[in-house]
Design a protein around this ligand. Structure first.
Ligand SMILES: Cc1cc2nc3c(=O)[nH]c(=O)nc-3n(C[C@H](O)[C@H](O)[C@H](O)COP(=O)(O)OP(=O)(O)OC[C@H]3O[C@@H](n4cnc5c(N)ncnc54)[C@H](O)[C@@H]3O)c2cc1C
Length: 129
């Protein structure tokens, strides 16, 4: 596994045989024989526009539900007498699902499931709060 590495070119005859890789730290390039390439690009949440609106963690993922309750204290400005629902953000009635949520699993199936859960929680919020 190589970090900070850029694929410069891929070559082969009908299938992958060689890669030329650039180490982005040193700038050096190297050609390696391989038949496989797996790319892990990581993730950065695009939540800057929520700054000052919703509580986020230090990496920008949106906090929700139990992650907002610290030492039994609800988030600042929380106006309700109940803890936030599982996917509810620091603003009552605003929910988050999927990769943008802090502590989410970062997988397709869980993102879809959280989306469905969020809708159920919106209905509960509208009925009970
Ligand atoms: C390289 C890679 C490989 C992966 N492989 C797998 C895998 O094999 N199996 C697996 O289960 N998961 C995999 N994942 C993770 C999976 O893609 C995510 O968990 C899933 O897509 C999360 O869904 P989401 O709806 O939460 O977010 P996203 O799919 O990221 O959708 C968010 C959408 O919101 C849009 N958006 C962002 N900001 C705004 C805005 N301000 N206004 C309007 N729209 C906006 C974005 O353009 C995007 O379309 C992989 C991810 C990556 C990056």
């Amino acid at each position: 596994m190589r970090t900070c590495t850029e694929v410069v070119s891929a070559e082969g005859d009908g299938h992958l045989e060689r890669l030329t890789l650039r180490d982005n730290a040193s700038g050096e390039t190297e050609t390696v024989d391989t038949q496989w390439l797996f790319i892990f690009i990581g993730a950065a949440p695009r939540t800057g526009w929520l700054d000052g609106v919703l509580t986020r963690d230090e990496r920008g993922f949106v906090l929700a539900g139990p992650d907002l309750v610290v030492d039994g204290r609800r988030p600042p400005g929380w106006s309700l007498g109940l803890d936030p629902y599982h996917l509810e953000t620091s603003v009552p009635g605003v929910f988050v699902a999927g990769d943008a949520r802090a502590e989410s699993v970062k997988r397709v199936a869980s993102a879809v499931g959280e989306g469905a859960m969020a809708i159920a929680l919106v209905h509960r919020y509208l009925e009970k709060r």
